[in-house]
Design a protein around this ligand. Structure first.
Ligand code: ZN
Ligand code: ZN
Length: 602
């Protein structure tokens, strides 16, 4: 069984994994890259696989960073089934249509800019008709029911407690069990069930969004929110809450209602100013009616008594743009819940443009803000930002209430692994920024003695019953082709060296196994071949002279005769190393990782 990582590698968005087993090709998630401009641009790249060759897609949940490229997948030739929970199927209907609408609008805007630059117009990423083609492919299933994909391949969806319908997926084939965490819910999700975990997996992919963070207690956040609301009630200032339309918004409405019921705030006016959030809230209602098991017992109990848990009595839903604009002409205190959650698009931009300069305004972040987004800039304390092309001073008070996040924090991510009775052999850490991933990796390796891997984009691994093995990627092979055609160095057998290099990359994990419980250091590793030393020296460009210094000592110690360089000048060596740049830069980054002395665990 082979798994390839085509998204959410060292970043939060763009979840996309390919499993190849028994002649079948199955995708897990097909998410959009979000955040910075460069990240958005990635969505326009061709898929690194042929979409028409994919048999099925398994979808963990409806969030766009997991589902957003499905219409493009269909547009580019995918015609298999999309298996997901009933609730996710319903939510995707509104979310993908909304996304197509955004794509079409962005495209018109973008093409105007392109025209001014003298560039050809570009097609939108996808359009409504692509969504219409994708929706009939969705097949709804229930939690905990095993899905037969033929040839002995099975998938089971378990409640992930993240948003309505969200799932962890257990994938089984060739007697190997792979667990996909999807996004793991926070343990305080009063609307949903607690996140479950797996009984037994051989390999685990886990998200790591908050891998480096512990959350404040919910009580602290509710206190803070109540204080902000009461202050606005007195001052007449607006409270702007950028919120993800699905999940976070419904949770906020639940807490606002609770604060009123507990007598902690006045019944302040709230606007739900996002057509998508309004539609999603309606889907929450419809699912509660038809598939109540997707909700927590509390929500079901209240519903029996005729109470909708995610309803707030003084709310105005603003669907039309005119109503939305009126919000900012009203000078009374109000809460404005609007999308997009990371302020990268949507109506929230207008509210920020009109209110952020005002010192009596409060901006309250309740969710993750990706690198490069407007939300991140404001949250990180920017004094001035550009909104819809205009510089806007930020005089508003800015708060970040992380307890409302729908993601597990570090402790709960660790607990997710702790609750797996039969632990995995390896854990792949995905869906997180690299700093968060490294912290989580350390924590997991320390507590469970399981080797964790932070996969790179386009990296593939062969999963066996006994071990995981890194595979040559297509890129690796294509780089070899490039070097063959571009680089010529006298007296150096390039072909042979590249083979050694590629083999070393491939052997990396096996070598780790050979040195169980010992420190694998550069000497033991590198001295397998004097030719590898050539590559090591290249690594000095990145690592400094240390390796180079060691090199002579090592050569002496091991009695290796380095014929190629023995009689050559330092200048020659340098020139030789430099001739490989920049083609190899990417590999040297990996190389650097490889060369670090490592404590190897089982
Ligand atoms: Zn999510
Ligand atoms: Zn996600």
């Amino acid at each position: 069984m082979r798994i390839s990582f085509f998204g959410a590698t060292k970043e939060v968005t763009g979840s996309n994994y390919l499993i190849e087993t028994k002649g079948k090709r199955i995708l897990v998630d097909c998410g959009m890259h979000q955040g910075s401009k460069a990240n958005n641009e990635k969505n326009f790249n061709a898929f690194p696989f042929d979409p028409s060759s994919i048999d099925h897609l398994l979808l963990t949940h409806a969030h766009i960073d997991h589902s957003g490229l499905i219409p493009k997948l269909v547009k580019d030739g995918f015609n298999g089934s999309i298996f997901t929970t009933f609730a996710t199927k319903q939510l995707c209907d509104v979310m993908l249509k909304d996304s197509a609408h955004i794509q079409e609008m962005d495209n018109r805007w973008d093409n105007k800019k392109r025209a001014r630059k003298g560039l050809e117009p570009r097609e939108p990423l996808y359009e409504m008709e692509d969504v219409e083609k994708a929706l009939p492919l969705f097949k709804g299933i229930n939690y905990n029911e095993s899905l037969d994909l033929g040839s002995g391949i099975k998938a089971t969806f378990f409640d992930a407690g993240h948003i309505l319908g969200s799932a962890h997926i257990l994938f089984e084939s060739e007697d190997i069990k792979v667990g996909f965490s999807g996004d793991i819910g926070s343990s305080i999700t009063p609307l949903l069930n607690m996140p479950s975990s797996f009984e037994d997996v051989d390999y685990l992919l886990t998200e790591s969004t908050y891998g480096d963070r512990m959350r404040h207690s919910l009580e602290d956040s509710l206190d803070k929110l109540a204080a902000i609301i009461e202050e606005s009630f007195r001052s007449g200032g607006k409270i702007i809450i950028p919120s993800f339309a699905v999940g976070r918004t419904q949770l906020l409405l639940y807490y606002l209602n609770k604060l009123v019921e507990d007598g902690r705030i006045h019944l302040i006016k709230a606007y739900l100013d996002s057509p998508l959030a309004i539609n999603a809230t309606n889907i929450y209602k419809a699912v509660l009616e038809h598939y109540p098991n997707f909700f927590s017992d509390d929500v079901k109990e209240l519903y029996k008594k005729g109470i909708l848990a995610f309803d707030y009595p003084n709310i105005k839903m603003t669907t039309s743009t005119d109503d939305s604009k009126k919000i900012n002409t009203d000078d009374k205190a109000a809460i404005i819940i609007s999308a997009a959650g990371m302020c990268n698009a949507g109506r929230i931009l207008h509210h920020l443009k009109y209110q952020a300069w005002n010192p009596s305004t409060s901006i309250v972040f309740v969710g993750y803000q990706a690198n490069g987004t407007l939300g991140r800039k404001i949250r990180d304390g920017a004094d001035e930002v550009k909104i819809l092309g205009e510089p806007i001073e930020i005089n508003a008070s800015v708060y970040s209430l992380d307890s409302f996040s729908a993601h597990a924090d570090q402790e709960h991510l660790i607990d997710f692994v702790r609750r797996i009775a039969k632990k995995p052999k390896n854990i792949f850490i995905v869906h997180g920024e690299e700093t968060a991933q490294k912290v989580l990796k350390d924590k997991l390796e320390k507590e469970f003695n399981i080797q964790c891997i932070i996969p790179e984009y386009k990296e593939s691994f062969e999963l066996n019953k006994e071990k995981v093995e890194q595979v040559y990627t297509e890129e690796l092979v294509s780089v070899k082709e490039k070097i063959r055609s571009q680089v010529h160095i006298e007296n150096v057998d390039l072909e042979k060296e590249m083979d050694v290099f590629l083999k070393m990359m491939k052997d990396y994990i096996d070598i780790n196994k050979l040195h169980e419980n010992t420190t694998l250091n550069i000497e033991r590793y590198a001295l397998k071949s004097s030719q590898i030393m050539l590559w090591l020296r290249k690594a000095t460009e990145i690592m400094g002279d240390e390796i180079f210094d060691n090199y002579d000592a090592l050569v002496e110690k091991e009695g290796i005769v380095d014929i190629k360089f023995e009689q050559k000048s330092k200048e020659f060596r340098k020139e030789y190393f430099m001739s490989f740049s920049p083609i190899f830069d990417d590999f040297y980054r990996k190389f650097k990782e490889l060369l670090k002395p490592k404590k190897i665990k089982d």
